[in-house]
Design a protein around this ligand. Structure first.
Ligand code: PGA
Length: 252
């Protein structure tokens, strides 16, 4: 089945009202017409209202970088899936390695977050990926399968509705990208795992993330199981992000 590639910008904890507006304006003016790729931007929660205002009716979708595992209640500092829905988020990243690492998020917590997102009609972008030590110890496959298995276990047949992002931790923000062959090898493992889990053989989109930029995106996206990218630093500059989008093959 052919499907459009999906490029998601992960702004992380960057931006301001002024710089977001400038970036979004440049992106909207410079986007290829027609846009043959799906594109979304994931911002910090305070800016979701701004994205909703500036992007509604445009070809760009938007989303959050995290979501609470709880529905509502006494969870100071958390943002619920229903709140994200209020701001028309289409996506929510869950289980980013920075959250697993700095906020001690477990596979089970990530699965609960994915379930909350789906329950509110938001597509979770579930991040998986091994550390350098795990790769060097030959554990890559086992690690990503364990991380994804927790989500599949919780979501059951709804697993066909998620986006998965393979982000090797050693490639994030380091300028050290996985080779297209390394990415494809892991994506094929994830594809098989998803295929086995989803009753109707739905084809989830599996994104690659980790130092993807305008110069290396085309080769990564040419791999048969790389359906898009989760892009950090290269999404913060309009010219670079637009070049990356333009280099995208139209369909998977
Ligand atoms: P990077 O970040 O593109 O800056 O490596 C990707 C990510 O962490 O999602």
């Amino acid at each position: 089945m052919d499907m459009k590639k999906l490029i998601v910008g992960n702004w992380k904890m960057h931006g301001s009202l002024a710089s977001n507006q400038a970036l979004l304006t440049e992106l909207l003016v410079g986007l290829p017409q027609p846009l043959s790729t799906d594109v979304a931007l994931c911002a910090s929660a305070p800016y979701l209202a701004q994205l909703q205002t500036l992007l509604q009716g445009s070809p760009l979708a938007w989303g959050a970088q995290d979501v609470s595992a709880h529905g509502q209640g006494a969870y100071t500092g958390e943002t619920s899936a229903a709140m994200l829905r209020d701001f028309a988020c289409r996506y929510a990243i869950v289980g980013h390695s920075e959250r697993r690492q700095y906020h001690a998020e477990t596979d089970e917590l990530v699965a609960a977050k994915a379930q909350r997102a789906l329950g509110a009609g938001i597509t979770p972008i579930v991040c998986v990926g091994e550390t350098l030590a795990q790769r060097e110890a030959g554990q890559t496959e086992a690690v990503v399968k364990r991380q994804l298995a927790a989500v599949i276990h919780t979501l059951g047949h709804c697993s066909g509705e998620i986006v998965v992002a393979y982000e090797p931790v050693w490639a994030i923000g380091t300028g050290r990208t996985a080779t297209p062959e390394q990415a494809q090898a892991v994506h094929a493992v994830l594809r098989a795992q998803l295929h086995a889990a989803t009753a109707h053989g739905e084809r989830n989109r599996i994104l690659y993330g980790g130092s993807m930029n305008a110069a290396n995106a085309a080769d990564l996206l040419a791999q048969p199981d790389v359906d898009g990218g989760l892009v950090g630093s290269a999404s913060l500059q309009a010219a670079e992000f637009l070049k990356l989008i333009a280099s995208c093959p139209a369909v998977a």
